[in-house]
Design a protein around this ligand. Structure first.
Ligand SMILES: Nc1ncnc2c1ncn2[C@@H]1O[C@H](COP(=O)(O)OP(=O)(O)OP(=O)(O)O)[C@@H](O)[C@H]1O
Ligand SMILES: [Mg+2]
Length: 474
C-alpha cells in the first residue's frame, strides 16, 4: 500500500476534534447571526420610529403656524418634497380644506389621533412596498376652527441596511474569533499529546519486556488503553511461559526415550544377531510409543492451559447424551484390554457450559487410566449423575489396585506417577484433567473405592452459575 495515502486515511485526533467542533460551532454561528440581525433590526426600528415621529411633529407644527387657506407655502412644499433617496412619503390634510398635498395614496391609521396627542406609528403598504408611517393631528394656530392631519412615511430600506451593516461587522469578528479558537485546538492537540512522550520513550526503550506499562506518567484519559495493553501483555506473558515450559518439558521428557533409542540402535548394530536385533526392536517400539505418548500429552496439556481456548468455544453441552457416546467409542479398546467398561447414567438432560473436545479429552484420560491401571479382568464404571445444585457429577471408578491414600493429593501434579505400576505413561493425564476441569469451573475429587480401586469424580457447576469467562490456568 502507498504509505502517504495510508497515513492520510488514518484517524486523526485533530481532524476528529475539529470536525466535532466545526459542526456545532457553525450552527451556533448561524443562530447567532439570526439573533444579531433581529436585535440590530429592533434597535434600528426604534431609532427610525423616533425620527419619524419627530419629523411628523416638526412638520405639523411648522405647517400649523402657516396661514394656509387651502394652499401650502412654497417653503413648506419644498421641505415636504425634499427626498433625495425616494424613500419618503407624506400626506397633509386639513379638516376644513380636505387634502392639501400628498405624494402617494398613503393609507391612514385605523384611528386618527386626537388633536395634540402623540403621533401614531403604524405599518402601511403602498404599491407593494412596506412602509412605516407616523400620523399627527394638531390644531391650526392661524385658524382655531381648523386642524391639520400630517402623515409621513418611509420605506424599511434604511432600517434593513443598518441591521445588515451591524450583522456584517459582528459576523466578521465572530468568524475571526472561531478561526482563532479552532487554530488553538489544532495546536493544542499537538501540545497536549506531548504528555504521551514519556510513555512512548519508555516503550521505545523496551526490547522484549512485557511488564505492565502503566505508571504515574500515564495521563488519566489514556489509562483505559494502557490497562488493555497490560492485560494483553499479561496474557502474552502466560503464553510465553507456557511455551517455555512446553519446550523445557519436551526437551527433558524426550531426552530419556531418545537416549534409550540410540543405545538400542547401537546395541543392535554392534551385535547383528537376529535375536539381539529383535530384542532391540521391541525396546525401540516401546520407547517410540512412549515418546509419541509424551509429546501428545504435552501438547494436550499446553492446549488445556492456553488462554486462547476461551474464545467462543463454550456452548451448552448435554452430558447425558455426550458422555454415553464417548464411552461407547472406548468399549472395543476396553474389551481388547480385558476390562468390563460400563456406563450408568440418567435420562434427564444434564447441560453444562463447556467445550466438547476438552470434555472428551478429560473423559479419555480418566478411562485410559482406569483401564490400564486396574488391569485385565477388572470393571470400570463411568457414572453420570445430577447434583442437587443443578450441576452434574461425572465419575470414573475401577476396582483395580488404586493408589496409596497419601498419594491422592499428588495425582494432579505434572509428571507425577505412583510407583509400582508396569504401565507406561508420561504422568500428564490427570494434570490435563485438572486444567480442563478448572476451565469449566469444575472440581476434581479423588477417592479410593470402598473395597479397592480408584474413583475420580468431576463436579461440573450448573450452566447458569458459569456466566463468567473460563479462567486461564497457568
Ligand atoms: N485408575 C487408577 N488406578 C491406579 N492408579 C492410577 C489410576 N489413575 C492414575 N493412577 C496413577 O496416577 C498416576 C498419574 O496418572 P496420569 O494419568 O496423570 O499419568 P499417566 O497415566 O502415568 O501418564 P499419561 O500422561 O500417559 O496419562 C499414574 O501414573 C498412576 O500411577
Ligand atoms: Mg494417564
Amino acid at each position: 500500500m502507498n504509505p502517504p495515502r495510508a497515513h492520510s486515511l488514518r484517524p486523526s485526533l485533530r481532524r476528529r476534534l475539529l470536525l466535532v467542533l466545526l459542526i456545532p460551532v457553525s450552527v451556533l454561528l448561524l443562530l447567532d447571526a439570526l439573533l444579531t440581525y433581529g436585535v440590530a433590526l429592533t434597535y434600528a426600528n426604534r431609532v427610525h420610529d423616533r425620527d419619524l415621529s419627530d419629523d411628523a411633529l416638526t412638520l405639523a407644527t411648522m405647517l400649523g403656524n402657516d396661514q394656509l387657506d387651502g394652499e401650502l407655502t412654497p417653503q413648506a412644499r419644498f421641505l415636504l418634497e425634499y427626498d433625495p433617496d425616494g424613500h419618503s412619503y407624506f400626506t397633509v390634510s386639513s379638516t376644513r380644506h380636505g387634502l392639501l398635498t400628498s405624494n402617494g395614496q398613503l393609507p391612514q391609521p385605523a384611528q386618527v389621533p386626537a388633536i395634540g396627542a402623540r403621533p401614531v406609528l403604524y405599518d402601511a403598504q403602498l404599491a407593494k412596498r412596506a412602509l412605516r408611517a407616523a400620523t399627527v393631528h394638531i390644531a391650526m394656530r392661524s385658524d382655531p376652527g381648523d386642524s391639520l392631519v400630517v402623515t409621513v412615511a418611509e420605506t424599511l430600506h434604511d432600517r434593513h441596511r443598518q441591521a445588515r451593516e451591524i450583522l456584517l461587522l459582528a459576523s466578521v469578528t465572530q468568524t475571526l474569533l472561531i478561526i482563532g479558537v479552532l487554530s488553538l485546538v489544532w495546536f493544542g492537540v499537538g501540545r497536549g499529546l506531548r504528555v504521551l512522550d514519556p510513555l512512548t520513550a519508555r516503550l521505545a526503550a523496551r526490547t522484549d519486556e512485557l511488564t505492565p506499562i502503566d505508571g504515574p506518567d500515564v495521563p488519566l484519559e489514556i489509562r483505559p488503553l494502557t490497562h488493555t495493553i497490560d492485560a494483553l501483555f499479561g496474557r502474552l506473558r502466560s503464553m510465553l511461559a507456557l511455551h517455555d515450559r512446553f519446550i523445557a518439558d519436551a526437551a527433558h521428557q524426550l531426552r530419556t526415550p531418545l537416549t534409550g533409542l540410540s543405545l538400542h540402535v547401537e546395541h543392535a548394530m554392534a551385535d547383528p544377531r537376529p535375536e539381539t536385533v529383535a530384542d532391540a526392536l521391541v525396546h525401540i517400539r516401546r520407547l517410540t510409543q512412549r515418546a509419541a505418548r509424551t509429546s501428545t500429552q504435552l501438547l494436550a496439556l499446553t492446549r488445556a492451559q492456553a488462554p486462547s481456548l476461551d474464545a467462543g468455544e463454550r456452548r451448552l453441552l448435554d452430558l447425558s447424551r455426550f458422555i454415553p457416546e464417548a464411552v461407547a467409542e472406548r468399549v472395543h479398546e476396553a474389551i481388547r484390554a480385558g476390562v468390563d467398561l460400563g456406563y450408568e447414567g440418567t435420562e434427564r438432560a444434564l447441560p453444562v457450559l463447556g467445550d466438547a473436545a476438552s470434555v472428551q479429552d478429560l473423559l479419555d484420560n480418566l478411562i485410559d487410566n482406569a483401564v490400564r491401571y486396574a488391569g485385565r479382568g477388572s470393571t470400570v464404571t463411568v457414572r453420570l449423575q445430577a447434583r442437587v445444585d443443578g450441576g452434574a457429577s461425572l465419575g470414573v471408578e475401577d476396582n483395580g489396585p488404586g493408589v496409596p491414600p497419601e498419594l491422592l493429593p499428588r495425582l494432579s501434579e505434572r509428571f507425577f506417577r505412583a510407583a509400582g505400576s508396569n504401565e507406561e505413561g508420561s504422568g500428564l493425564g490427570l494434570a490435563i484433567v485438572q486444567r480442563i476441569a478448572e476451565r469449566h469451573h469444575a472440581e476434581v475429587i479423588y477417592r479410593l473405592g470402598e473395597v479397592r480401586g480408584l474413583c475420580v469424580e468431576v463436579r461440573f457447576p450448573a450452566p447458569s452459575s458459569t456466566g463468567r469467562p473460563l479462567p486461564v490456568s497457568g
